[in-house]
Design a protein around this ligand. Structure first.
Ligand SMILES: C[S@@+](CC[C@H](N)C(=O)[O-])C[C@H]1O[C@@H](n2cnc3c(N)ncnc32)[C@H](O)[C@@H]1O
Length: 267
């Protein structure tokens, strides 16, 4: 099955990705980043988190970020031009043949979009140095928490979104499937870290982060594919935006980082 993606405006996604940082959006990774490491960031978007990783591994280290959406890579190349130990490449993971191996392969919020995550892990594994690490950060969309509950129109939209994803072969509970997937591909020393995103009203990015679901609803893809009535979609956007401004208190997106090592004696 071909991997699907929700079609959203390129410039909006670029802004969302550019606002992400290692400190806030992949914070559990920080303790294992060491000067001199060679890192591959798969599905790097515009490379905003990759450039923070590049800073941590320093001038003797090197980071390659790959993404199969050209506009994200083009944008990141322009924005992070001056980061000398960062290289952004427009490439699909499954076709990527870098000719070098990596100490660490990271992938944030990417496996959730694949119907073949095990194949993706096997491909990543083939690109590791002995003893190298794979770190995957991803969501469990089934456990999203809104406080208070949002309008019924958005609840209905979200339920449909999860069904649309499931029918396309995506795992809505990817965060909780990762440990087993790592075992299945033969990785060892598997560790799991809670990495929930918790947004409260006091945060300056509250409206932007919580408002993400109105942005997702702006795509007409699920209407075109017969999953959703267009009037319900428009109602969900309007009522949800109003709810975010007035009633919303908090939102928690559930994530885990799962990290594992390639056995040292692998040939
Ligand atoms: C939700 S974004 C995450 C971006 C970034 N890692 C972050 O956390 O902000 C997922 C990215 O994975 C990319 N992607 C999906 N499948 C891919 C594949 N097979 N190879 C490379 N990139 C892929 C998409 O183009 C998208 O930019």
């Amino acid at each position: 099955m071909k991997n699907k993606h929700i079609e959203r405006s390129g410039s909006r996604s670029i802004k969302i990705f550019d606002n992400r940082s290692l400190d806030i959006d992949y914070r559990t990774l920080i303790p294992i980043l060491k000067p001199g490491m060679t890192v591959l960031d798969v599905g790097c978007g515009t490379g905003s988190i990759s450039k923070d990783i590049a800073f941590m591994v320093g001038v003797h280290g090197k980071v390659i970020g790959i993404d199969n959406t050209k506009k994200f890579i083009d944008s990141g190349k322009a924005t992070y031009l001056e980061v000398q130990n960062l290289k952004l490449i427009h490439a699909d993971l499954f076709a990527f043949e870098p000719g070098i191996k990596f100490d660490l392969i990271t992938s944030a919020r990417m496996l959730q979009w694949l119907s073949n995550p095990k194949e993706a892990l096997l491909k990543m594994k083939s690109l590791l140095n002995p003893g190298g690490i794979i770190s995957i950060l991803d969501y469990n969309h089934n456990h999203l928490e809104w406080n208070p509950p949002p309008p019924l129109s958005m609840q209905e939209f979200y339920k449909t979104f999860l069904k649309w994803r499931k029918d396309a072969g995506m795992n809505n509970a990817m965060a909780d499937a990762l440990t087993e997937l790592m075992q299945e591909v033969g990785m060892v020393k598997i560790e799991k870290f809670n990495a929930d995103e918790h947004y409260v009203k006091e945060r300056s990015d509250f409206q932007e982060k919580v408002g993400i679901w109105a942005k997702v609803a702006e795509s007409t893809q699920m209407v075109k594919e017969g999953y959703l009535d267009n009037d319900l979609r428009l109602q969900a956007i309007e009522e949800y935006n109003e709810w975010v401004k007035i009633q919303a208190i908090s939102m928690t997106m559930k994530l885990n980082e799962v990290r594992a090592q390639l056995p040292i004696n692998i040939h």
